[in-house]
Design a protein around this ligand. Structure first.
Ligand SMILES: [Zn+2]
Ligand SMILES: [Zn+2]
Length: 377
């Protein structure tokens, strides 16, 4: 059956080319192996990349539009279709990143280290303007006594006698089908083909030791909650002194008292007395860049939205900044004293508002709009 490539990208069949591009970019930003070490994310990334290719390559798109599957080559090859022409060597990049396929024969003592993930908490202004954070990382580093070899000074690895250096042992079983020869990883050397007769005293033959170290992480301006900063080669050193994995620093943004963040925009609320909203005023508004004058025009309504351009968060990997969006709440006064009440009554009388009409009779009020919607007008 043909795969629903629109569905893979979370799109409906009517999606435009721009929609496809946008959906793919959004998904790739979360799933790309450079930012997301999760193996499941890698699979998803391959899926969405394939869907993107199927929908944007004219030849493949023609097959999709005819109800076929451009990656289905018959004989059930679908699962291996990824990595074909047009991917620009992406498969190779994946293999380099994830260690690639397993090979037969003895495997080296030296293996790549794992990636590590460290969460950091940032204040809003640190995330918006960028910062440098000092982190203490507790990780595996190269053993300085044996330099990763795992052997005591002056000694060497020797060939494993159980498997004669092949890394695997074979066993022969008789069954009603005849002799079945099966091979499995050598239990003595764990497949490496060598043993360490005298392990290094410091690392017990592992080639690495645990250590704490301090690193500084440059957080770029505009990072958002949940984003990961990749520090190449700052993860743990592999067994046998193998190349270090990467360290991912995951950003967590602390909630701010005044501002809430929506991508590159910041939002805040201001409350205004009814009189100030009616007469207009100028507020000194605290922003992340310091105080700014905010002009309230006479007759401002509760629920109005004012925008301070370029007072939001910088755009990551682009120029410019988002906006600061100010939501206005107009406050009706409570607990009026005698004089205040008299003045308000006088104002109401002057404006002819001392006997307000109910919704039922009001022209163009909320009630009539609701009624119009009801009758489909
Ligand atoms: Zn050592
Ligand atoms: Zn062995």
């Amino acid at each position: 059956m043909a795969t629903d490539y629109f569905g893979v990208l979370g799109l409906a069949r009517e999606a435009s080319d721009a929609d496809i591009k946008r959906a793919y970019r959004r998904l790739a930003r979360d799933l790309h192996p450079d930012v997301n070490p999760d193996p499941e994310a890698k699979e998803r990334f391959q899926e969405v990349t394939r869907a993107y290719e199927a929908l944007t390559d004219p030849e493949k798109r023609r097959i999709v539009d005819l109800g076929g599957d451009p990656f289905e080559t018959g004989g059930g090859a679908g699962a291996n279709g990824f990595g074909g022409a047009g991917f620009g060597g992406l498969g190779d990049i994946m293999d380099a990143f994830f260690g690639g396929a397993t090979t037969r024969g003895p495997r080296g003592r030296t293996r790549p280290g794992r990636d590590a993930l460290i969460p950091i908490e940032l204040e809003l202004d640190e995330a918006v303007f960028g910062t440098v954070k000092e982190l203490t990382v507790d990780t595996a580093v190269l053993c300085d006594v044996c330099a990763g070899a795992g052997t005591a000074p002056g000694t060497h690895v020797t060939t494993c006698t159980t498997c004669s250096g092949r890394g695997e042992v074979q066993s022969v079983q008789r069954s009603f089908l005849g002799q079945v020869v099966s091979s499995r990883t050598c239990p003595t050397c764990a497949g490496t083909g060598t043993v360490i007769p005298e392990p290094c005293a410091k690392c017990a033959g592992d080639g690495r030791v645990r250590a704490r170290r301090n690193i500084s992480v440059k957080v770029p301006a505009g990072v958002e909650d949940g984003m990961r900063i990749r520090l190449t080669g700052q993860g743990e050193v592999g067994p046998g002194g193998g190349p270090a994995g990467d360290l991912y620093v995951e950003v967590h943004e602390r909630p701010h008292d005044v501002f809430t963040r929506d991508g590159e925009d910041l939002h805040c609320r201001v409350t205004l007395p009814m009189t100030a909203a009616a007469l207009g005023t100028t507020l000194n508004l605290k922003t992340l860049d310091g105080e700014e004058e905010l002009v309230i025009t006479p007759g401002t309504q509760s629920g109005s939205v004012l925008t301070l351009r370029a007072h939001g968060a910088p755009r990551l990997r682009a120029t410019g900044r988002g906006n600061l969006v100010v939501h206005v709440d107009v406050v009706t006064p409570t607990r009026l004293d005698g004089e205040q009440e008299r003045l308000l009554r006088e104002l109401a009388a002057l404006r002819g508002e001392d006997q307000p009409e109910s919704n039922r009779e009001a022209q163009g009020g909320l009630f009539s709009r609701v009624r119009d919607a009801f009758h489909g007008r």
